[in-house]
Design a protein around this ligand. Sequence first.
Ligand SMILES: Cc1cc2nc3c(=O)[nH]c(=O)nc-3n(C[C@H](O)[C@H](O)[C@H](O)COP(=O)(O)OP(=O)(O)OC[C@H]3O[C@@H](n4cnc5c(N)ncnc54)[C@H](O)[C@@H]3O)c2cc1C
Length: 522
Amino acid sequence: MNKVKSELIDNQVSDIVVVGGGTAGWLTAGILAADHCAYHEHGINVTLIESPDVKTIGVGEGTWPTMRGTLEKIGISELQFLACCDAAFKQGSEFVGWRNGATDDRYYHPFVLPHFIGKCQAVDYWQAHYTNMPFAQFASPQAAICDAGLAPKQIQTPEYGAVANYGYHLNAGKFSELLKQHCCEKLGVRYVSDHVTAINNRVDGYIGSVTTRAQGDIKGQLFIDCTGSAAILLGDHYQVPLVSRRHQLFNDCALAAQIPYPAVDSPIKTHTVSTAQDAGWIWDIGLPTRKGVGYVYSSEHTTDQAAEQTLRRYIGQSLDDANVNVRKISFNPGHRQEFWHKNCVGVGMSAGFIEPLEASALALVELSANMISKDLPANLSVMPIIGERFNQRFNLRWQRIIEFLKLHYVLTERTDTAYWRDHCMAESIPERLQQLLELWRYQEPSYNDFSEIEEIFPSSSYMYVLYGMGFKKQMSNHLKHDQNPKMLDALFNQNRQTIDKYVAGLPQNRQLIEQLCAQYKR
Ligand SMILES: Cc1cc2nc3c(=O)[nH]c(=O)nc-3n(C[C@H](O)[C@H](O)[C@H](O)COP(=O)(O)OP(=O)(O)OC[C@H]3O[C@@H](n4cnc5c(N)ncnc54)[C@H](O)[C@@H]3O)c2cc1C
């Protein structure tokens, strides 16, 4: 074979190597293998290398509704997923104590979009007529479903189908195990249990292979860094810097605990509860067999001991805290300067991590893997074009995530601790968010504020947080066509009827999960 021909063949992307077997690694491998037929002799080869020495992070228990599409696409049945991953339905988040800490200080960010979205503007109408009704209760039936602890579907609803939009709460370790089994048995992913000790460049600076301790070199044309915060390819090898976002979102530690329910038939909450604390917030996630509870906090604003006391106090409301093991996880809030460098892409914690306030990390994994898969470069010569596009898209996504997470803090009326006061300092608030807040004094968030392709959070998410936190919009001086009160009356009444229908027809969350799991034959 002449030299030109052999170089061309070498440059074709036919072998993808995923390094890391956490949730990011397996989801990415699964999406690539399913889309590119790794199980077929003419499909692409996908190899996943996982170190037996380095544990996965073992947290990450909340997903977005996008996970339903991902699981369906890679061919996992919902029954199997629910039964094997100790999973439950999640319909959004409830934020407790973020505004002023009063006993009635709580609001929902549900997954169902407001009934008026795309039809008319409703904020003036809501402020004028339903000022005592929380915005989420006014705008969507889902707050009422969550309050009643109801499932988002019925037993006869098809797999992955929904009556009300939902994602999941799950056991992260069990989820990785299920993905691993499915990827290896059904999707044709080659699994290598070994520790990567070296990364070897070709003459052009692209990675040619990784060296494993026991099984030698593994070659490929595209390498996905899913090695978590170690980031051994993108960080260590290529030295792509981590852009710190600590000055905007201060949280850098978490204490995580698993606690049993008081009784085997205790209700399973159908949303994540995020309760504000002196120097951060506590997540409370209901799985069928236990709860996952954790305090995410800023080490600049409290000590580990004080944080643990806070968490134990919270848990102690329902349980004798002496029985609970608490695990500490530290992280550096930020993201890589670029995510795709030469023939290496960072996905998951290696690409970055910022507090799990809206559980966006796994959604970013899904988005990354899907974009890599859709745009999979045919050969190395077109890789820079794809890489640049990927970097632009994900830099924007990180910017938007930071802005949206920060929105949860900046409208607080709490001044009781330095943490909350510091969050409201102008220099900690991204400029675009400051501009939007100014704009939203006079108009409600709209599509035009978030008009990029595949925006990560829609304007309705901003509405739920903004008005949940008590933000007031100035009433318009004159009525516009799309603020037609008759149409709004009708939409509001329709929402009420939907609530009545759902409350009468949806089962309790635990009841449905147990019925579905009983149907699954292992
Ligand atoms: C406190 C906390 C709460 C979170 N909550 C949520 C949530 O509710 N929702 C959400 O979406 N996300 C959440 N996340 C994020 C989520 O946990 C991660 O995005 C997800 O688990 C993916 O992690 P990962 O696979 O990137 O990394 P890891 O799980 O750390 O996996 C890294 C993998 O790399 C391997 N590895 C490392 N070094 C080597 C080597 N030299 N050779 C070979 N293999 C190697 C390891 O063996 C391991 O398999 C949370 C994170 C934290 C810290």
